[in-house]
Design a protein around this ligand. Structure first.
Ligand SMILES: [Zn+2]
Length: 332
């Protein structure tokens, strides 16, 4: 049993309180390996931004849970060494069972998401409440994120064909019954790099897909029902066309890529949305740089020579997001 405080981490309660009153969102960036973690910490220290490190159950299987937990501890020490002690939370992304959440809480996570959104409403409430009761009764309060409404798309093991927008009339009951600390909602964001089918989009003069706008009307209705309550947006990569183009220029194939435009995320960050999850953009930035190095330097076989440029690009992208999209720069 390890408490997150022993690792130097914080839970999300104070992070969200400040984000809502300050009109910005905390970045939640996923990691599975050292270079991704280096990029996240370097970018967030440089921009003095708080950060939520996210680990999916797929990442735990891929990298090993002990290794990831100790990497989070290392991230705290690395940030201090870089000269700025930013608040860092470690969140389980899309926990699907009580046992998985319990295991993460006991091994040092400061926050967990329990995603019962694919279950019938009452089962979602019961499962979420069970996780909350366990998390909140720890010596060091662990925060819990729940979800209402279903996002379309694929993210590791989470997959849904169709989205279902969050029903604003359900949120008060859900929050009261479960006692969650934050709520992920569905207002049109989506997991993965193909967030919408081409037929859901329009095209600009260059043939680039323009997605349908987020449902800010639903967000506003939810905010009215639970004023000041922390809202989370999953699936909020913007899928930068520059990276898609580099990947395709060097032999990749990513047809019909489309994300959430950054102006819309900027607008959401200024509202009660206080956590924005970004994963696919990091994958695209790294893949673009790795493909470029392989194509331009076919004799290269030192992993540092392709993972290094990938890490540096990722860092640059995260710093830009903190400064220009989430507004979290300077808030750490
Ligand atoms: Zn998600």
């Amino acid at each position: 049993m390890t408490s997150y405080k022993e690792l130097g981490l914080v839970n999300t309660v104070e992070l969200f309180r400040k984000a809502i009153s300050g009109g910005y969102a905390i970045p939640a960036y996923n990691f599975n390996n050292m270079e991704q973690l280096q990029a996240i910490i370097q970018a967030c220290v440089e921009t003095k931004s708080p950060v939520i490190l996210q680990v999916s159950s797929g990442a735990r299987k891929y990298a090993n849970q002990n290794l990831l937990r100790n990497m989070a501890r290392g991230a705290v020490e690395y940030a201090r060494e870089l000269g700025y002690d930013i608040p860092i939370a470690l969140n389980l992304d899309h926990g699907d069972t009580f046992e998985l959440c319990k295991d993460c809480i006991e091994s040092g996570f400061s926050s967990v998401m329990i995603d019962g959104s694919s279950k019938p409403y009452d089962e979602n409430v019961a499962l979420t409440r069970k996780v909350v009761d366990f998390a909140h009764s720890q010596k060091d309060y662990v925060s819990v994120e729940g979800e209402l409404g279903v996002l379309a798309g694929i993210e590791d093991e989470v997959e849904a064909e169709e989205s279902h927008y969050t029903e604003p009339k359900e949120v008060v009951d859900f929050v009261n019954k479960t006692k969650v600390d934050s709520l992920a909602i569905s207002i049109g964001t989506s997991h993965g790099r193909t967030k919408f089918k081409p037929e859901q989009c329009t095209r600009d003069a260059n043939g680039i897909l323009i997605p349908p706008p987020l449902r800010f009307d639903i967000l506003q209705e939810i905010e009215k029902k639970i004023p000041g309550f922390p809202i989370v947006l999953h699936g909020s990569s913007s899928v930068p066309i520059e990276y898609v183009k580099i990947i395709e220029q060097y032999g990749g194939k990513l047809p019909d890529s489309v994300g959430i435009p950054e102006e819309q995320l900027r607008k959401a960050a200024k509202s009660a949305v206080c956590k924005i999850n970004i994963d696919s953009d990091g994958r695209l930035a790294m893949t673009a740089m790795v493909r470029k190095v392989f194509a331009e330097q076919p004799g290269e076989f030192d992993p540092r020579k392709f993972l290094g440029p990938a890490r540096d690009e990722l860092k640059k992208m995260y710093a830009e997001k903190n400064k220009n999209v989430l507004g979290s720069a300077g808030q750490g």
